[in-house]
Structure formats: structure tokens, C-alpha cells
Design a protein around this ligand. Structure first.
Ligand SMILES: Cc1ncc(COP(=O)(O)O)c(C=O)c1O
Length: 362
């Protein structure tokens, strides 16, 4: 099997063990003679997947009893609309902190649906380095019903150092950081994440929501996006994306087997520290994020000679290092390293980067 190191931001690298399990169970799921893809979502077998995925996530994140874990159709972007429609009445406001592309999109969608929403630029530029502005320096609305932020901005590689400390519910887009380290769930009103990074494959999103935020149905909210109804039906209001749910179960089984959040926090933290350390001492590569705002999962970097970008990507690929191209909106390179990225991948990446730099320094 020739598996490459895949630095894609998402859909992202999956553990080979998980893909092997999928392969071995694909034709005949656990002796049933039927593939999981062909099985009803209201069968005892699928019920077991629903229960197990939920209990795995509760265990991995040590989720308090007053929170619900649910899966809903679609990507994280669906939640950009579902959140204001569930949590705000017409005329209500919420504060949206913008630190990159995804929070900007979420803020724009919320404002379109609930025009009183306050979209706040929370990205600072100090001596050419980007960072997250301190909460105390932002103009927050005292009447906001919740504070929304993106702990890890996947494209720009900007991360919050800590959870914003406010008296209103905190809503967080954890799409690219979910299950990458321990999180104190009790500090949040709602956490959501598209599945296509640490939870497997695209098609569903995880929502962790506090009891008191399961509100009654608004007239402008489709029932399929209504948290209270979906929670009452355990996400099975209609036919869910069963295969994606099954993969989320396998991913969470795998994370528990590996040692849970402390294992991944260490591995991801070590990988990121090693790559930043290399970039920072290099004359050829640079990262423009302030140290305290650096993402541990998505590391963007630039070559000092941008005309070498295509050559870098081509040679990286022939060395088994793929999907290092930065997002089309920012250019340069980006190494996304989620839970499935093995410890030795970063050494291989650094070794390649170093050889490339030595061969191309002018
Ligand atoms: C932080 C973040 N939020 C939202 C999204 C959008 O996710 P989706 O494509 O599932 O709508 C992404 C996608 O990568 C993301 O990284």
C-alpha cells in the first residue's frame, strides 16, 4: 500500500487503520451479509452506531450531562445559517468575531438573516504579523445574545489562545480543531464542526449544544435545522448520511484506542512546534502569524521566492508529500496536520523543505 503524507485541509487524511476497517467491513458489515451503505437507519445495527458515536464523543471530550451531542446533515456552512435562526429572534443581536475567511462567512450569513448581528474585525496586524485582537480591545454589544468565534481559522492559520471569557453563551466553529486536544465544553453554549477533518468524511456535522439553547421553532427555521427537533429525534428525523456517521464512529473508536485527547494534543502540539521552529530559523520560508495566535493544525508558510512555488509543490509530490498548496485566496503553502498525520510526517516534510531551500537559495 502506497499511502502518501496528505497535508490537505479537508477532506483530510484519514488513519490507514480506519480505512482498512471500512474496507474489511464494506461488503458484509459484521456478519450481517449487508453493507452498512445498504442498511436502514432505524435498524438495531445503525442504532448501535448512533449510540456508540455519541458516547465516544462524550468520553473523548468529557462532556457534561447538560449538553447534547447530535449530528446533522451537511457541512459546517449549513450551521452558519442554523445558528442565528435557532438562537436569535428577529431584532436580536449577537457578536461575531472575524479572524479569517470562515468567521467572515459565518458573520455575513448571520447578518443577512438577522440584520442586528454585530460583525467585528478581531484580526490585528502588528509589525507585519497577523494575530487575534484581545477581547478587551473589541467593541462588544452589551445586548448580544451570544458570542461567535472560530477557534482555529483553517485558511489563514490563526487560532485563539483561550476561550473568550464572556457572560453570554459562546458559540464556536470547531470544524478544523475538533477532537485535536481537550476542550472545556462547559465554557460553551454551542460547538459545531463539519466532519471532514478529525471526524472522518464530508456529509454531516457534529453539534454539541447546552440544554437551555434548545429553543422552540421559529417560523423562518426549517425543521431539519431546528436543534430541538433534531435532538428529540437523535438526528434521525429523516434519512441521515449513514456512511459518514459510520466513519465518525470508527474515527472516534480509533481516537479512544490511541489514548484520547491527551495523546492527540501532544502529537499535534509537537508536530506544529517542530515545523514552526524550522520555519522561524529559515531564510527561505516564513510564517506571518504572531506566535500566540498560531494554529497548531493549519500552518501556512511562504517561500521567499514565490516564483518557486510550483516547483516546490511538484518536488514535494514526488517526495510523497501532497496537498501543500495554500488556499486559493491566500496563496503560498499550507501544511494541515490533523489527528491522522503521523509523528514522522513532519520530519519528512522538514527534510524536504530544507533540501529544497538549499537548492534554491539565490
Ligand atoms: C473552520 C471552518 N469552518 C467552516 C468550514 C466550511 O465547512 P463546509 O465545507 O463543511 O461547509 C470549513 C471548511 O474547511 C472550516 O475549516
Amino acid at each position: 500500500m502506497n499511502r502518501l503524507f496528505n497535508f490537505s485541509a479537508g477532506p483530510a487524511m484519514l488513519p490507514a487503520e480506519v480505512i482498512s476497517t471500512i474496507q474489511s467491513e464494506l461488503l458484509d458489515y459484521k456478519g450481517t451479509g449487508v453493507s452498512i451503505m445498504e442498511m436502514g437507519h432505524r435498524t438495531p445495527i445503525f442504532d448501535e452506531i448512533v449510540d456508540r458515536t455519541e458516547s465516544n464523543i462524550k468520553q473523548l471530550l468529557d462532556i457534561p450531562d447538560n449538553y447534547h451531542v447530535l449530528f446533522m446533515h451537511g457541512g459546517a456552512s449549513h450551521q452558519f445559517a442554523a445558528i442565528p435562526l435557532n438562537l436569535l429572534e428577529q431584532g436580536d443581536s449577537a457578536d461575531y468575531l472575524v479572524t479569517g475567511t470562515w468567521s467572515e462567512k459565518a458573520g455575513a450569513e448571520a447578518k443577512r438573516l438577522r440584520p442586528e448581528v454585530n460583525v467585528i474585525n478581531a484580526e490585528s496586524l502588528i509589525e507585519g504579523k497577523r494575530g487575534v485582537t484581545k477581547l478587551s480591545e473589541l467593541n462588544l454589544n452589551p445586548n448580544a445574545k451570544y458570542l461567535y468565534y472560530t477557534p482555529n481559522e483553517t485558511i489563514g492559520g490563526l487560532a485563539f489562545e483561550s476561550i473568550p471569557n464572556v457572560a453570554i453563551p459562546v458559540v464556536a466553529d470547531y470544524t478544523s480543531a475538533i477532537l485535536s486536544e481537550p476542550v472545556d465544553v462547559s465554557k460553551f453554549g454551542l460547538i459545531f464542526a463539519g466532519a471532514q477533518k478529525n471526524l472522518g468524511i464530508a456529509g454531516i456535522s457534529l453539534i454539541i449544544i447546552r440544554d437551555d439553547l434548545l429553543k422552540d421553532l421559529n417560523s423562518d427555521l426549517p425543521i431539519l435545522w431546528h436543534y430541538k427537533s433534531m435532538n428529540a429525534e437523535r438526528g434521525l428525523y429523516n434519512t441521515p448520511a449513514t456512511f459518514a456517521w459510520y466513519v465518525a464512529r470508527l474515527m472516534t473508536d480509533w481516537m479512544l484506542e490511541k489514548g484520547g485527547m491527551s495523546y492527540f494534543a501532544k502529537k499535534n502540539g509537537d508536530n506544529a512546534a517542530r515545523l514552526y521552529q524550522y520555519i522561524d530559523q529559515s531564510q527561505f520560508y516564513s510564517n506571518d502569524v504572531q506566535i500566540e495566535s498560531r494554529s497548531k493544525l493549519n500552518i501556512p508558510f511562504l517561500l521567499s521566492d514565490e516564483s518557486k512555488n510550483d516547483l516546490f509543490l511538484k518536488q514535494a509530490e514526488s517526495n510523497g508529500l501532497v496537498a501543500l498548496k495554500g488556499h486559493r485566496s491566500v496563496g503560498g503553502m499550507r501544511a494541515s496536520m490533523y489527528n491522522a498525520m503521523p509523528k514522522d510526517a513532519v520530519e519528512k516534510l522538514i527534510s524536504f523543505m530544507d533540501t529544497f531551500a538549499n537548492n534554491n537559495l539565490s
